[in-house]
Design a protein around this ligand. Structure first.
Ligand code: E4P
Length: 217
């Protein structure tokens, strides 16, 4: 499973990138707001060191305007994936931009039928939002499973980009269910390294080592 980082915080992306944990980046208007940066500037800075797809989201609502915004965003770098919402206009935009050979990430997906439409419109990525479904007591992971089954049934090439990943269990379950990619905030990716027994075990090893009186260096 590929790891995308869900942030526009350049320093946080760099830290994970240096560890080989970044196969791509996703941003959205809320993350751009949080960064306090200009969308074009910050996206260009990210694309300068991230080799994989970097999603930048359009904000227009009509297809014609979305297409124009998408083309402008795609000019930033060859690895831009234009992010469009899963609306009818978003699907039209997806069809046009993917027909021009651009990567398109169809976002705000909350149903298997929406994912089916995105695949038919030529999406490179479909972004089902797990956490936001869980927030309203629906099952985000069930959606990942349904989309996996549908895409495999018909050999759709659209990649399942599990989004709104909020917990380490979401990350593990996405991998088990065969999501192609997950995008998660840096803190979630980092906390995948944590285990209470690792901490306890290390504490004990350190105590015992101190008693040996030895040094390695
Ligand atoms: C995905 O591309 C979105 O940017 C993101 O995963 C949304 O996550 P949230 O529901 O935690 O805001």
């Amino acid at each position: 499973m590929k790891f995308f980082v869900d942030t526009a915080d350049v320093q946080a992306i760099r830290e994970l990138h240096d560890l080989g944990m970044v196969d791509g980046v996703t941003t959205n208007p809320s993350l751009i707001l949080k960064s306090g940066r200009d969308i074009i500037e910050v996206t260009r800075e990210i694309c300068a060191f991230v080799e994989g797809p970097v999603s930048a989201e359009v904000v227009a609502l009509k297809a014609e305007d979305m297409i124009a915004e998408g083309r402008k965003l795609a000019e930033i770098a060859p690895n831009i994936a234009v992010k469009v919402p899963l609306t009818w206009d978003g699907l039209k935009t997806c069809k046009v931009l993917s027909g021009e050979g651009r990567m398109v990430n169809v976002t705000l997906c909350f149903s298997a039928n929406q994912a089916l439409l995105a695949a038919k419109a030529g999406a490179t990525f479909i972004s089902p939002f797990i956490g936001r479904l869980d927030d309203i007591n629906l099952d985000g992971l069930e959606l990942i499973q349904d989309i996996r089954t549908i895409y495999d049934n018909y050999d759709f090439k659209t990649q399942i980009l599990a989004a709104s990943v909020r917990t380490v269990n979401h990350a593990k379950d996405c991998a088990l269910l065969g999501a192609d990619v997950m995008t998660a905030p840096p803190a979630v990716i980092k906390s995948m390294a944590n285990h209470i027994l690792t901490d306890k075990g290390l504490e004990q090893f350190m105590k015992d080592w101190a008693q040996t009186g030895q040094k390695i260096l």
